[in-house]
Design a protein around this ligand. Structure first.
Ligand code: SF4
Length: 326
């Protein structure tokens, strides 16, 4: 009887350790970094983007609709301090275990302003007693050395992560989606971020026009060599009213037709080949259904997608990096 009980406990422990070790999660990374639960608060500090204000372009990336990604408390005309307070209040009930927060400057390009202006914008976050760090979401072409030096100076006092949108490593795709920068620009930014010992994050989209899963399973070899600490993946979500919606309606065949089930199979294939030192923050995106146009998965929460991904890992008995080819 005692022996059977021992076997049962061993099997529970083995299953549990499989669940928690299928991939290196950003949540685990934060737990290691801060020793307690830390929650990200999204801030819209009223930045714009060089691909919107005319300095590089006026129409933006073909898929871009920032309103679709912002939570309701996050409105740019509110002062940053007020957004932080309201964000803490909003998350308090949902994540009771969170004691401290990261201010996530997400909307548009959060390093696209003069240095003195940046200092003014980031000050309320840096001085807030419950903010343990900042995450700066930006474009790789908005990271001049003097700004990175400023962020490196801040990193002496608090956690600073620079998160850049790379989206694709293929220049023909970056061109097609009107990013107005190439992959080399992202590489250069990442090297300068790492030279200052800042946390480097990157964002990729799977499903951009003329790309296929076979291509991404090749691209992962290049992604694995990037000087990254964390990474986010999104399936392409086509937002109403965007240039990409028009392109999809004209030529749907140029978009890979991911269903949720085929995406799950693919993303596990991809992560099996992914550098295991990269903390994964997201496997898929979630946009309020009212923004979604064609080719979407309907109303589905991210935690449901995540559970399905974990199940696929369990079924295969694999984890991040088991099939890595460097
Ligand atoms: S860089 Fe970002 S904010 Fe600017 S247009 Fe592209 S997706 Fe939108």
């Amino acid at each position: 009887m005692l022996f059977l009980f021992f076997i049962l406990i061993c099997s529970v422990i083995t299953n549990y350790s499989n669940i928690v070790t299928h991939f290196f999660s950003y949540k685990d990374f934060l737990m290691k970094q801060f020793g307690s639960r830390v929650q990200k608060l999204t801030i819209d500090a009223g930045f714009t983007c060089p691909n919107r204000d005319g300095s590089k372009g006026l129409n933006g990336c073909t898929y871009c609709e920032n309103d679709a990604f912002n939570p309701s408390y996050c409105i740019s005309h509110k002062p940053v301090k007020q957004q932080i307070e309201e964000g803490i209040e909003f998350h308090k009930n949902r994540y009771r275990r969170a004691e401290s927060y990261l201010a996530y400057f997400q909307a548009y390009s959060n390093s696209y302003a003069a240095l003195e202006k940046l200092k003014e914008i980031y000050k309320p976050a840096i001085e807030h007693p419950q903010i343990k760090g900042i995450v700066v979401g930006t474009r790789p072409d908005c990271l001049e050395d003097e700004k990175l030096d400023y962020f490196a100076e801040l990193a002496q006092k608090l956690f600073v992560s620079i998160e850049i949108g790379i989206e694709s490593i293929r220049d023909e795709t970056l061109n097609k989606i009107n990013r107005k920068h190439d992959f080399q620009c992202a590489l250069d930014a990442l090297q300068r971020i790492k030279a200052r010992n800042l946390h480097a994050g990157a964002h990729f989209i799977f499903g951009l026009p003329n790309e296929t899963p076979e291509m991404w399973l090749e691209d992962v070899k290049i992604i694995n060599k990037l000087p990254l600490n964390s990474i986010k993946f999104h399936q392409l979500q086509i937002i109403k009213g965007t240039q990409m919606e028009r392109e999809y309606l004209e030529n749907p065949i140029s978009f890979y037709p991911f269903t949720m089930d085929s995406y799950i199979i693919y993303i596990v294939d991809f992560v099996e080949r992914l550098n295991p030192t990269f903390a994964i923050e997201r496997f898929a995106g979630e946009v309020p259904p009212r923004y979604l146009s064609v080719n979407n998965w309907g109303t589905i929460r991210y935690d449901v997608v995540l559970q399905k991904i974990i199940k696929e890992f369990e079924k295969r008995g694999t984890r991040q990096g088991v099939k890595i080819i460097l």
